[in-house]
Design a protein. Structure first.
Length: 537
C-alpha cells in the first residue's frame, strides 16, 4: 500500500507567503507518513496579471529559489511532490506547468497545461506536447491540471498510455469539479486520481466585488472550492477535504489495482476501445449547424405501449431501455397521429442496432460500435456514428455499452448533435452518477438515457443543458458554483417513466469561458494518442 495525500491551500500575490503555505502542507503530509503529495495549481502566484509581461516576470524558473525549496523539502521527507506553477520558458513563453519531484529532490517530469481557462489565455501559452507518463517505483504516474480534467482527452491519453495514478492540480471555484469532473476521470479509466484544489480568493481581493458584479455572481463564489480528494478506480472518493480552509487529506491505496480494467462482465474497458472509429475526433470541431429548438419534451419509459401512447401527444422524444420487449409495430401504433419519436434497440443477427421510430416506422438505425462481453453475440459492430436531423434538432443514438466510452459522445458532439438518446443497461454505479452527467457536461449535449436495473426496474434519467453556462457573460439565475453539470431529472425508484424539458439550442454554446471552447479547443496531442491503432504503431 502507498499513502498519498492531497493538500489544499490559498495562494495570493505574496510569493514568499505562498511558498510557506506549500512547505507547511508538505510538512503536514510528511508527519502523516505520506509518500506522495499533490499541491494545487498556480501555487507560486495568484492567477491574475496586468499583462503577459507581468505573468512572465512572476513565473518560476526551473532551479529558482521557489522550486529549489520545494525540491529540498521533497528530499527532506523522501516523498514525491507534484506542484502546479507558472513557468517562464527560455523561448519567451509562459506556461502553466505541473512538476513532479522525486524523493531525492530530483525533477522527474513536467507537463505544460494544454487547454487554458478564460483569462489564462490572455497571459499564458498552452502546452504543445502531450503529458508524459512517468515510470516510478510507486507506479506509472500521469499529471494534469484543472481545465484538462473538465474534458476527457488528457486523462484518457494518459490512461491509454499506461498511467495508473493521475495527479490533478486545480485552481477552481466550480463545485462540480469535486462532485463530477474529478471522480469521473478515475471511474471511466479505472485509475487512481489524487486532486488538490485551492481555497481562498482566486482573484485580487480588492477587485472581487467589481468582477462579481460584472459576472452576476456572489463574490464569495469566486473562492477556491476546495474539496481536494483521492478517488479509487471505481469512482469512489476515499478521502475528501472540506470546501473551506487549508487542509491535507490522506489515503492508503493499492496502485496496482489500476491494472485491472475489467468490468463485471469481464470486458476490458480500455482494450475494447476502437481507435480507428475515433479518427474523426482529429477534426477541429467548430460548430457548423444552426441551433435546434429552445425547448422540447423528453421522456424515459418502460417498454409499455400504453405509457408511450399516453405521453406521445405532448412529448417529442421517448427513450426505452435497450432490447425492449416491445415490437416495432406496437410502438408505431402507440405513436399514431403524433410527431413523437421513440428510441430503443434490437438484436439483428450479429449486430445490436439502436432504432429511431416514429408513426411511420423505423426511420433510423445506429449499430453499437464497441463489442463487449455483456453481449457475446455482438460480432458485427458498426464503424461510424450517425446523427439524424429531426424537426427540433440533431439526434445521435448511443447504443448499449457504447455509453461507457467518452469517445462515443465526442463523435456525436463534433457532428453537431444537440441530443443523445441512450438505450443501455448500466452495470456499475458510476455510470449513472458520473458517466452520463459528464457526457452531457463536457460535450454540451442533452442526454436522455433509459436502462434496466438488475431487478428489471426502470433506471436512467434526463440530462438537460442549462442556459447558464458561459462564465464571461452575466449569469441569468442564482449562481450556485456549478458551471457545466447538466440539470438531471432521474428516474425515481419504482417509477415507470419520467418526463422533463431539454434544450437542444443550448448545444450550440460550447464556450465555458472566454477563449475556452469545450470542443474547438481540445488539445491535439492526446487526440493523436487516442486514435492510434495497432496497425499504425
Amino acid at each position: 500500500m502507498t499513502r498519498v495525500a492531497a493538500a489544499q491551500l490559498a495562494a495570493g500575490t505574496d510569493v514568499a507567503a505562498n511558498l510557506d503555505a506549500c512547505l507547511r502542507a508538505l510538512d503536514e503530509a510528511a508527519a502523516a507518513r505520506a509518500e506522495l503529495v499533490v499541491l494545487p495549481e498556480f501555487c507560486n502566484h495568484l492567477s491574475w496579471y496586468t499583462d503577459r509581461a507581468h505573468a512572465h516576470r512572476m513565473a518560476c524558473r526551473i532551479g529558482d529559489s521557489f522550486l529549489t525549496a520545494i525540491a529540498e523539502r521533497a528530499a527532506r521527507h523522501a516523498m514525491y511532490v507534484k506542484i502546479g506553477v507558472t513557468l517562464a520558458r527560455d523561448d519567451g513563453r509562459t506556461t502553466g506547468t505541473s512538476l513532479l519531484y522525486g524523493p531525492g529532490g530530483e525533477l522527474l517530469g513536467e507537463s505544460d497545461k494544454q487547454i487554458l481557462m478564460g483569462a489564462e489565455n490572455d497571459h499564458l501559452d498552452p502546452g504543445l506536447d502531450d503529458s508524459p507518463v512517468i515510470d516510478t517505483p510507486l507506479g506509472r504516474i500521469g499529471m494534469y491540471a484543472c481545465m484538462e480534467g473538465v474534458i476527457n482527452e488528457v486523462t484518457r491519453s494518459l490512461s491509454v498510455r499506461g498511467a495508473q495514478l493521475l495527479l490533478n492540480s486545480l485552481n477552481s471555484f466550480a463545485t462540480d469539479e469535486a462532485s463530477l469532473h474529478i471522480p469521473v476521470r478515475a471511474a471511466e479509466n479505472k485509475v487512481w486520481v489524487v486532486a488538490a484544489n485551492k481555497v481562498g480568493p482566486l482573484l485580487p481581493a480588492e477587485q472581487l466585488p467589481a468582477i462579481a458584479a460584472r459576472l452576476g455572481v456572489p463574490a464569495d463564489r469566486l473562492y477556491g472550492a476546495g474539496e481536494s480528494q483521492i478517488v479509487a478506480p471505481d469512482g469512489t472518493t476515499v478521502a475528501i477535504a472540506p470546501a473551506d480552509g487549508a487542509a491535507v487529506v490522506f489515503a492508503d491505496i493499492d496502485i496496482e489495482a489500476a491494472q485491472d480494467k475489467r468490468r463485471p462482465d469481464g470486458t476490458d474497458i480500455l482494450a475494447t476501445r476502437r481507435p480507428a472509429v475515433y479518427a474523426p475526433l482529429r477534426t477541429t470541431a467548430a460548430r457548423l449547424r444552426p441551433a435546434g429548438a429552445d425547448h422540447v419534451m423528453a421522456a424515459v419509459s418502460l417498454p409499455s405501449s400504453r405509457i408511450i401512447a399516453r405521453m406521445a401527444r405532448d412529448t417529442d422524444l421517448i427513450v426505452l431501455p435497450e432490447l425492449a420487449a416491445l415490437t416495432v409495430p406496437e410502438i408505431v401504433r402507440a405513436l399514431r397521429d403524433t410527431q413523437c419519436h421513440v428510441v430503443t434497440s434490437r438484436r439483428e443477427g450479429g449486430a445490436h442496432h439502436g432504432v429511431l421510430i416514429n408513426a411511420d416506422g423505423i426511420v433510423g438505425r445506429q449499430p453499437q460500435l464497441h463489442p463487449t462481453a455483456r453481449h457475446p453475440w455482438l460480432s458485427e459492430p458498426g464503424d461510424e456514428l450517425e446523427v439524424f436531423d429531426l424537426a427540433w434538432g440533431r439526434l445521435a443514438l448511443v447504443v448499449g455499452d457504447d455509453a461507457l466510452f467518452p469517445e462515443t459522445f465526442r463523435l456525436a458532439a463534433i457532428q453537431d448533435a444537440d441530443v443523445v438518446a441512450v438505450p443501455h443497461t448500466p452495470t456499475e454505479e458510476w455510470e449513472l452518477r458520473l458517466g452520463l452527467p459528464e457526457r452531457a457536461a463536457e460535450n454540451r449535449l442533452n442526454v436522455v438515457a433509459a436502462g434496466f436495473t438488475p431487478g428489471h426496474s426502470l433506471t436512467g434519467g434526463i440530462h438537460g443543458l442549462s442556459a447558464d453556462f458561459t462564465l464571461w457573460t452575466a449569469w441569468l439565475g442564482p449562481f450556485t458554483g456549478v458551471i457545466s453539470h447538466p440539470e438531471v431529472t432521474p428516474v425515481a425508484p419504482g417509477a415507470t417513466s419520467v418526463r422533463a424539458a431539454i434544450r437542444p439550442a443550448q448545444a450550440v454554446n460550447r464556450q465555458v469561458s472566454r477563449g475556452t471552447d469545450l470542443l474547438a479547443n481540445r488539445p491535439r496531442g492526446p487526440l493523436a494518442a487516442m486514435t492510434v491503432t495497432k496497425e499504425t504503431v
